[in-house]
Design a protein around this ligand. Structure first.
Ligand code: GLU
Length: 506
């Protein structure tokens, strides 16, 4: 049964979704599912100057790839009207008006130039200009707290540009509760009177966010730490409207691998890891940012890794399926302090998940890569290759490097290994080996191993003298799984061909 837990992920479509945003979405999703609640996606696009056309689709695609679908959102179960704020535009004015009527907000007509003059004047005296109780009624600022009703009406009617500001209550110590941070206190005299509504007919983030959270019956606001400074205003807005406030939980930042400062795209570029879930092309600059998906991460490994950036289950266990995360997730175990991002740990998670994937699943991922290289081998063959290499792979994209020799004759030989292992006399030995191999009938791994080893023993020479040059001939380097498995896989003809090739080239 659906509970009354309703949470929302409310991104602004200003560009690709940073992994910090995906983590916020994930924690909202986990919390909702854990409590049989509803996970809402709301697009907060009231700031038209920062709007990026393909960003909304990017967000939707990212949530889909992460396998954390929203229950309500743009185009899906739109129970509360549009889930895009720009399409709810007409709704907000009446709430701004309501706050004016009840004395919780006021009109301001100060021009940008006037405000700039105030700002500069303050700076010259080493002070900071804040629009609030200090100065709002002193007469220097042009607002409805000092103008007569008639003057205000005249200005509005004659098309003067205005904004509506919140009238922050004075001399109050505001006490608030955060689900992660506990009790928070703030002196309201330190707050500025934030703009709620702009002359262009658009609400600001603060007003739209509160109105929509209320109308969409949001029970818990779970969002990034960067919104903590907005919490006092939001709590006061709920009071002003006489609405019950939701519970708040502010998530810790995701920090750079060095531990200080917020993880940025630049860190990723510098150290070579993605900070976005999916690849993103900036339509204006043409810049392409890499994504976890395209880098070869499994979505479940990515989600598991993200879940641990700021939360832990309180046990040693690190591998959690999405279902297990839902069951175990608890806001009480989200940390207050920032979570350091580790590119190595991200890879570790992928490697762990690699081992849990079935050979068939991995083969299906490898086949198109092979096809792209013009290699057509039957699935059974590829399946065996995958089984023999997956243990050493972090990404499916590593498969080719780890297994190319199963599909083609090496075109070059590792120089150092050749120097060390291909000596005078090696070519002779390899020619003899060709004869031995040619006479073997049962070409199974076990039998070739038996027959070749018997031959080596009979010659009374060290195994290395044969095995190393043989490996070099077949693989091109001293790597790869059990040599006789490779021989059995590629077959007699190809084994002989590769030996002849090496004799000629080395
Ligand atoms: N639109 C805000 C953002 O871009 C939402 C903040 C919130 O969740 O209240 O993150």
């Amino acid at each position: 049964m659906e509970s009354n837990v309703r949470v929302r992920f409310a991104p602004s479509p200003t560009g690709p979704l940073h992994i910090g945003g995906v983590r916020t979405a994930l924690y909202n999703y986990l919390f909702a599912k854990k409590h049989n609640g509803t996970f809402v996606l709301r697009i907060e696009d009231t700031d038209q100057t920062r709007y990026v056309a393909n960003a909304e689709q990017y967000i939707i695609d990212a949530l889909e790839w992460c396998n954390i679908p929203f229950d309500e959102g743009p185009g899906k179960n739109e129970k509360f009207g549009s889930y895009r704020q720009s399409e709810r535009k007409d709704l907000y004015k009446k709430y701004a008006d309501q706050l004016i009527e009840t004395g919780w907000a006021y009109y301001c007509f100060d021009t940008p130039e006037q405000l700039d003059t105030h700002r500069k004047g303050h700076e010259a005296e080493g002070k900071t200009f804040i629009y609030n109780w200090h100065n709002r009624e002193k007469g220097r600022l042009v607002n409805s707290l000092v103008l007569t009703d008639e003057e205000v009406q005249n200005r509005i009617n004659s098309g003067d540009n205005y904004v509506i500001r919140f009238k922050t209550p004075q001399d109050e110590v505001l006490r608030m509760q955060d689900e992660i941070r506990g009790d928070i206190k703030i002196d309201t005299n330190t707050l500025d009177d934030k703009i709620l509504f702009k002359g262009d007919g658009m609400p600001t983030y603060h007003l739209a966010n509160i109105v929509d959270d209320h109308l969409m019956e949001i029970s818990h606001v779970i969002r990034g730490e960067e919104w903590l400074p907005s919490m006092p205003l939001h709590v006061l807005l709920y009071r002003a409207f006489n609405w019950d406030a939701p519970k708040f939980a502010h998530l810790p930042l995701i920090l750079k691998p060095v531990g200080k400062g917020k993880l940025s795209k630049r860190d990723g570029d510098k150290l070579g890891f993605p900070v976005f879930p999916l690849e993103y092309t900036n339509k204006i600059s043409g810049d392409v940012s890499r994504g976890y998906k395209e880098d070869g991460y499994f979505n479940d490994a990515f989600i598991n890794m993200l879940a641990f950036l700021g939360w832990n289950p309180g046990t040693e266990q690190e591998i959690f399926s999405l279902e297990a995360l839902i069951e175990t997730f608890d806001l009480k175990r989200v940390s207050k302090s920032g979570a350091k991002f580790s590119p190595d740990k991200a890879k570790w998670f992928n490697q762990q998940y690699m081992q849990t994937k079935s050979d068939v699943e991995l083969t299906d991922l490898y086949l198109p890569i092979l096809e792209n290289k013009g290699i057509t081998k039957d699935k059974e063959y590829v399946l065996k290759v995958v089984a023999s290499i997956k243990e050493r792979a972090i990404f499916v994209n590593d498969f080719w490097d780890l297994s190319s020799y199963f599909f083609k004759t090496p075109s070059e030989y590792d120089a150092k290994a050749s120097k060390k292992n291909w000596k005078e006399g090696t070519a002779d030995l390899m020619n003899k080996l060709i004869n031995v191999i040619s006479s073997i009938n049962d070409f199974s791994s076990e039998n070739t191993e038996k027959e070749i080893k018997e031959w080596i023993t009979g010659m009374e020479i060290g195994f290395g003298k044969i095995m190393q040059p043989l490996r070099l001939s077949l693989v091109g380097k001293l790597a790869g799984p059990h040599l006789f498995d490779i021989i059995a896989m590629i077959g007699k003809e190809e084994t002989v061909k590769r030996l002849k090739n090496a004799i000629e080239k080395l």
